[in-house]
Ligand binder design. Structure first.
Ligand code: COA
Length: 333
């Protein structure tokens, strides 16, 4: 039966009457949920889903809030038990996954616990009452194995470059947004140039903080100036392993220790080390991505907020699960 269910995203602005009529039938009339609780003012910001039967009639709905909460799951009584609820739930989870959430949750009516458990949700905490109906919070982790940014930066840039070939210009008079980077000198210049543009935040991901790229006098001076500019300026560095830099005396470690209120260095969670990109993000606006460790090749884009925010989401997720590095503890970074 599931292969005949058509679930698609709905637009609150244009489909509000349809969404309202389904929820009025199921929640307000059938379940006697008070109107003011049902229409809680959160619909305008939600992702809405609609399920249709073979005749094209809407028979079910669900929504996903910006917080990751799934709710308002409703299938018309005569259409229950045919997999429509599950298809709506799967679509809501998928929508959360696509926008980069790493967890979804919901407050299940306790009679429907089995429905959500079948889809992998687990109960958390004690049951509670809402609109006179017993509820239970349930959560589903979408996996700390993160989705990498949806584009492989290098491939996209290569494709663009093939369409519009041009010589690699010096960074400062770059005529276009994207510049391919080849070789350590280009990359060092680009990293320093990008960091010099930053005003609030510099995010660096580099498995071993490659000294050829990051133990560089110009860069260190730039980072030092950045960190001293104001209290809010901060540099977050995520690495896989610090042993080599501790052993060899990396100067960025020394700077981080000196300016420890502006710098933090953390270890990427071992389960999240499957990509080896070196990444630098400035104010979530400009970025450098070198997709492969040890291969001095990649791109810089000084101003691409949509792409930079994709990468920043990835970085945030790595940061959320990052760990203190015992080898750096004595350095209090
Ligand atoms: N308790 C336990 N299991 C349930 C269930 C329930 N109340 N409702 C469905 N399931 C099971 C089904 O048996 C099916 O299992 P299977 O995959 O092993 O066959 C699976 O969950 C998927 O069921 P499906 O047919 O996709 O569900 P549905 O289309 O009937 O929709 C609801 C389920 C809960 C959305 C629907 O019953 C509904 O709209 N109820 C009224 C509103 C409501 O209570 N919403 C939930 C608020 S938390």
């Amino acid at each position: 039966m599931t292969d005949r269910i058509d679930v698609r995203r709905a637009d609150w602005d244009s489909e509000e009457p349809l969404l309202r009529s389904l929820r009025n039938r199921v929640f307000v009339r059938e379940q006697k949920v008070p109107q003011d609780l049902e229409w809680d003012g959160q619909d305008e910001d939600a992702v809405h889903l609609l399920a249709f039967d073979l005749r094209g009639d809407a028979v079910g709905t669900a929504r996903l809030l910006p917080s990751g909460q799934i709710g308002r799951m409703a299938v018309l009584p005569e259409h229950r038990g045919f997999g429509i609820g599950r298809a709506l739930l799967d679509a809501a989870v998928q929508a959360a996954r696509e926008r980069g959430d790493y967890e979804v949750f919901l407050n299940a009516q306790t009679h429907a616990l089995g429905f959500y458990e079948r889809a992998g949700f687990a109960s958390v905490g004690e049951p509670f009452e809402e609109a006179g109906i017993p509820h239970q919070r349930m959560e589903l982790a979408l996996g700390i194995a993160f989705e990498p940014p949806p584009v492989d930066g290098l491939e996209v840039v290569k494709a663009r470059m093939e369409r519009e070939p041009y010589d690699l210009p010096a960074l400062q008079d770059c005529p276009r947004d994207v510049v391919m980077l080849e070789g350590e000198t280009d990359i060092r210049t680009a990293i320093t140039g990008l960091c010099a543009h930053a005003r609030r935040e510099i995010l660096i991901l580099s498995p071993e903080l490659d000294p050829r790229l990051f133990d560089d006098t110009d860069l260190l001076e730039t980072l030092s100036r950045f960190a001293r500019r104001h209290d809010q300026a901060h540099v977050v560095i995520l690495i896989h392993d610090s042993r080599r830099m501790v052993r060899d005396g990396h100067r960025l470690l020394t700077l981080s220790r000196r300016l420890s209120s502006s710098f933090s260095i953390r270890l990427v969670h071992p389960d999240m080390r499957d990509r080896e990109d070196t990444l630098v993000l400035a104010d979530r606006t400009g970025l450098i991505d070198l997709p492969r460790t040890g291969i001095p090749q990649g791109f810089v884009n000084l101003n691409d907020p949509p792409l930079a925010s994709q990468y920043a989401k990835w970085f945030d997720r790595l940061q959320d699960h990052a760990q203190l590095d015992p080898d750096l503890r004595t350095m209090s970074i």
